[in-house]
Write a protein that binds this ligand. Structure first.
Ligand code: NAG
Ligand code: NAG
Ligand code: NAG
Ligand code: NAG
Ligand code: NAG
Length: 455
């Protein structure tokens, strides 16, 4: 049964692929070489660029705002599109984070392509000057390109169909974004073996390049897109040789759907069925991290947190559940597993919020330690809560857990709890441990580590 289904899925995908290719040729043959009115669709130059790459042999040089020495192909191109922002810009922190997290030797593996994607040429000139002053060495060594797109690369952006019930403003914004990205991909397609794109307000971790190399090397099957962040268009890695195809696909539907959907369809068309996400992810979104509503974090604070585990408990296999809102980047399991990372809720704890640790088998426990808050976010600790042990438990649903024979072990003090006399509290095996919030707090919650010691 499974086989048959798989086969159909494959046929379906191939068919979809075929139809798209067919449509592409139909569109091409209909429009031929004539100039198309930009009100009606792609502008002349866009199609020229798409049709036969190389027809305008100089388009890449023309795109460079700062002339760049040509260099040998590198391992990874990192594309960063950026536009003028009304509020705080984290652009330079983003680039610095990429650079600070890489040693000089490794820098020769990467090339950063900065795409100034705003239509405001005053801003573009200002930015280009700032970038030149700040990263002169990188520009000279061919580690960095600064580019802009000709205005007539863009097809029409006004009076588009409002799909997804998006407003005029949003429709325009996301359609332009599709074209921005396509231009960046076309430009970047011959600079390196792999290509990764990030947004202009993220920061990364030390050793990110090794993490990327390792994950690429670990792939046993063919892949189209590897993801190093689950959010937005951040940390998506493609084979550079596929960028032109990706650009064409996204351009074809630029006014229909946002890029966040289109790249997933592209992966499907390329026969990658599901998303391949590296966990823990290695990029953090700056704006996203405001722990208190309306309060953005100080950009200087958040680069390196202490994500390593230090207590190294025995942690028998268990299922974890919480009533708190969970973000895909900081899943609850990270509080319990030995992996690098921690749990970070996306809501502030309220009375009776819980975290359940449900052991697969009841356990003889000698010691439990739970540590909350982190070095960079000491406020995101559990202020008022108690720890309970249940001797028997019934799992009725994700957050419908009935605990019986419950024993209160103690209360959190200053964000952590240590129970090292478990044997004197009970001789029975423990089925479940439960953290119960007793008072509202305004900060979100980081559970840095849960360590269970046996015997
Ligand atoms: C990067 O390193 C430089 C020099 O060591 C330092 O001044 C800067 O604050 C660092 N930036 C970030 C974002 O870590
Ligand atoms: C263009 O950018 C400059 C420099 O950032 C800014 O002063 C100006 O107001 C912008 N113009 C428009 C039309 O947004
Ligand atoms: C579409 O958007 C309008 C205005 O924002 C809203 O009133 C309407 O309910 C939305 N329709 C749907 C189907 O979401
Ligand atoms: C929390 O749960 C207890 C016991 O079930 C209940 O008495 C109390 O009203 C609850 N508090 C809130 C704020 O829901
Ligand atoms: C609370 O814990 C923090 C570290 O997590 C420590 O710096 C601080 O001194 C502690 N405060 C008290 C009152 O123990």
């Amino acid at each position: 049964m499974m086989r048959v289904w798989k086969k159909y899925k494959l046929y379906g995908l191939s068919l979809a692929c075929f139809i798209i290719v067919l449509e592409f040729f139909i569109i091409k043959s209909k429009t031929g070489n004539q100039m198309v009115n930009s009100e009606e669709g792609f502008h002349f130059n866009t199609r020229e660029l798409l049709k036969i790459p190389g027809q305008q042999p100089n388009w890449r040089q023309q795109a460079q705002m700062i002339k760049t020495r040509s260099i040998l192909p590198r391992y990874l191109t990192i594309g960063i599109p950026t536009v003028r922002r009304q509020k705080t810009s984290y652009f330079f922190e983003t680039v610095d984070s990429l650079l600070n997290c890489t040693t000089k030797a490794k820098l020769s593996d990467i090339v950063i392509v900065i795409f100034l994607a705003d239509f405001n040429s005053t801003w573009k000139q200002e930015m280009s000057t700032k970038i030149r002053n700040r990263y002169e060495n990188l520009l000279n060594n061919g580690n960095m390109h600064v580019i802009e797109a000709p205005r007539d690369f863009y097809p029409k952006l006004d009076n588009l169909e409002h799909t997804f019930n998006d407003s005029e403003e949003r429709t325009k914004w996301r359609s332009k974004q599709n074209v921005d990205y396509a231009f960046l991909w076309l430009y970047s397609s011959d600079l390196s073996k792999f290509y990764m794109q990030i947004e202009d307000d993220v920061f990364t971790i030390s050793g990110y390049l090794d993490a990327i190399k390792k994950f690429i090397a670990e792939q046993k099957n063919d892949w189209t897109c590897l993801e190093f962040s689950t959010m937005g268009f951040i940390g998506k890695v493609f084979h550079s040789k596929e960028l032109e195809k990706l650009a064409k696909t996204v351009l074809m539907f630029y006014d229909k759907q946002p890029v966040d959907f289109l790249y997933i369809y592209f992966n499907h068309l390329n026969l990658q069925g599901g998303r391949i996400i590296r966990r823990p992810t290695i990029f953090r979104h700056v704006g996203y991290h405001s722990s208190l509503p309306g309060k953005t974090m100080n950009a200087a604070d958040k680069y390196f947190d202490n994500f390593e585990k230090s207590l190294k408990g025995d942690n028998p296999t268990a299922k974890l559940f919480t009533t708190l809102k969970v973000s895909p980047d900081f899943p609850l399991d990270l509080a319990y597993s030995a992996d690098y990372g921690y749990f970070w809720s996306q809501s502030a704890p309220r009375p009776n919020d819980t975290v359940h640790i449900l052991f697969d088998e009841p356990q003889s426990i000698t010691k439990v330690i739970v540590v909350t808050g982190s070095r960079e976010h000491p406020n995101d600790k559990l202020e008022h809560a108690r720890l309970e042990a249940c001797l028997s438990v019934q799992l009725l649903g994700a957050n419908n857990i009935k605990c019986y024979n419950t024993l209160t072990l103690g209360s959190f003090k200053n964000g952590s709890i240590t129970i090292d006399n478990m044997k004197s509290l009970t001789n029975f095996k423990i089925a479940c441990l439960k953290i119960v919030v007793t008072k509202e707090q305004s900060w979100w919650l980081i559970i840095k580590e849960i360590a269970i010691f046996l015997h």
